[in-house]
Design a protein around this ligand. Structure first.
Ligand code: KG4
Ligand code: ZN
Length: 350
């Protein structure tokens, strides 16, 4: 079964064709990063206008291979309402004109499908998603930092999350403050790469939430993080001791990255102790981070579970993950009515 996926929740205009939920036949991503770079962050109106300009070209490119399409899948949340609307309406038009069902997909749940995708012709390197359940999922991106209990494939329950900024947002804000460019995650990853991790690196708050805040959200504080104080700590530290050269800047950035990665690794290790999981499944743009990958590998090994990460090209936003997960979601949700609306605050498991 070939599903065509459409993704426009934030600043990537993407379309893909995926066979039987895993084999990627086409994967086209137009990234708007250069458009948002001058602002140091995504500007919603710039994003939705760029989606409108690019969506037809991206869809045409993905359909160039001539594969027959059995269903159309689309992200209907979470994300920017004005961006989601562009993809949703394009997908409705496509489903109508092709005479195939439309399947609405949750963007965060789709990030957790990325480790199961493989390129056409290359063969799968991991088993079926079902064979790794129950699994612990970690979706970590510019908009989300969420720990998700997956008892069976297609079932999602949030067990922990950030109570304020997402990890990617924390990277982006720091890079902006230090004038390192946008998006901040890849830049900080690069700056920090050659800095040895020692005890005397600059220290930053370790991501513990303020007492009581997790309980207010009905969550367990031990599995939650807070990154909103990090940027302020960085600002004060740089004001007090401005870095004299690039080497010092790199040490600051490495210490900052260590605080974020340490918090993510620590909550993941705790969550893995809560249940007898069969795997740790990780997705989202921040999962490209070299230090995070290394720390999560240690955590998974200590817990005796495999760490399932996506190929780099499927870590950031893409439509292959939407088309892929739709193959499973069609059994859970049925074919979404063509009247489906965007849901900017959709949560995993909703
Ligand atoms: O998944 P994604 O493309 O979009 C969202 O759904 O948000 O994630 C984008 C985020 C940005 O905040 C970016 O700075 C971060 O992922 N990111 C990284 C790295 N590459 C991208 N963060 C840390 N290290 C990286 N290498
Ligand atoms: Zn995303």
């Amino acid at each position: 079964m070939n599903i065509l996926g459409v993704e426009t929740s934030c600043d990537e205009t993407a379309c893909a064709v995926v066979k039987d939920g895993r084999e990627v036949l086409a994967n086209v991503v137009y990234t708007q990063i250069p458009l948002h770079q001058p602002y140091g962050g995504v500007v919603p109106e710039v994003a939705s206008r760029a989606h409108i300009e690019k969506i037809h070209g991206v869809v045409q490119e993905a359909m160039k291979g001539g594969a027959s399409i059995d269903a159309v899948a689309v992200t209907y949340g979470p994300g920017l309402a004005s961006s989601l609307l562009v993809g949703l309406n394009a997908a409705k038009g496509l489903a109508l004109s092709l005479g195939v069902p439309l399947i609405g997909v949750n963007h965060i749940e789709a990030h957790l499908h990325t480790p199961f995708l493989f390129d056409a012709g290359s063969g799968a390197t991991v088993g079926s998603p079902e064979s790794y359940m129950p699994a612990l999922g970690l979706a970590v991106s510019g908009g989300h930092t969420t720990w998700i209990d997956m008892p069976s494939y297609g079932e999602y329950k949030i067990i922990g999350q950030t109570l304020d900024d997402a990890a990617g947002e924390a990277f982006d804000k720091a890079a902006k403050l230090l004038g390192l460019g946008y998006p901040g995650g890849p830049v900080i990853d690069r700056w920090a790469r050659n800095v040895p991790i020692t005890d005397d690196l600059p220290r930053f708050p370790k991501g513990a939430p303020r007492p009581g805040t997790a309980a207010l959200a009905g969550l367990d504080a031990e599995l939650c993080v807070s990154f909103s104080g990090l940027k302020t700590a960085l600002l004060y530290s740089v004001r007090k001791n401005p870095p004299k050269d690039d080497a010092e800047k790199a040490r600051i950035v490495a210490g900052y990255q260590e605080a974020i990665v340490g918090a993510l690794a620590n909550r993941t290790a705790r969550a893995l102790k809560r249940r007898p999981y069969k795997a740790l499944v990780v997705g989202g743009g921040v999962s490209l981070n070299g230090r995070l990958r290394a720390r999560l590998a240690e955590v998974a090994q200590a817990a005796g579970v495999p760490l399932l990460l996506a190929q780099p090209k499927y870590c950031g936003d893409n439509a292959a993950m939407i088309a892929g997960l739709a193959y499973w979601r069609r059994n859970v949700t049925g074919d979404a009515a063509l009247a489906v609306d965007v849901d900017p605050t959709l949560q995993p498991g909703d």
